[in-house]
Design a protein around this ligand. Structure first.
Ligand code: SF4
Length: 84
C-alpha cells in the first residue's frame, strides 16, 4: 500500500501575518504565538522556527491546505506530495 502524505513548507520570513491561510484552513495553519506568523499546527508540525515551518499532513487535508496556500498574497506556502 502506498501511503500518500503532503509536506507543507511555510516561509515565515516572507509571511506578512495577514491571517488568510489560518482563516481558510484552521485544521492545518495557525498564527504562531512566537512571532505572529503562520505555522503548521502542532499536531502536524515537524519543525517550526522563526524562519520556516515544516509539517506533514494526511491526504484528506490536502484540499484544505491547498486552499490556504492559494489565498496567500506573498506565495509563502509550498505543498509537496510525499509517497512512502
Ligand atoms: S496567507 Fe501567507 S502571508 Fe498570510 S498568514 Fe498565511 S502564510 Fe502568512
Amino acid at each position: 500500500m502506498i501511503l500518500v502524505k503532503y509536506r507543507i513548507v511555510i516561509d515565515r520570513v516572507a509571511c506578512i501575518a495577514c491571517g488568510a491561510a489560518p482563516a481558510t484552513c484552521p485544521e492545518v495553519y495557525e498564527l504562531g504565538l512566537d512571532n505572529g506568523k503562520n505555522k503548521v499546527v502542532d499536531r502536524y508540525s515537524v519543525k517550526t522556527d522563526d524562519n520556516i515551518s515544516i509539517g506533514e499532513i494526511p491526504e484528506e487535508l490536502y484540499g484544505c491546505a491547498k486552499a490556504g496556500a492559494d489565498v496567500c498574497p506573498v506565495n509563502a506556502i509550498k505543498i509537496e506530495k510525499v509517497e512512502e
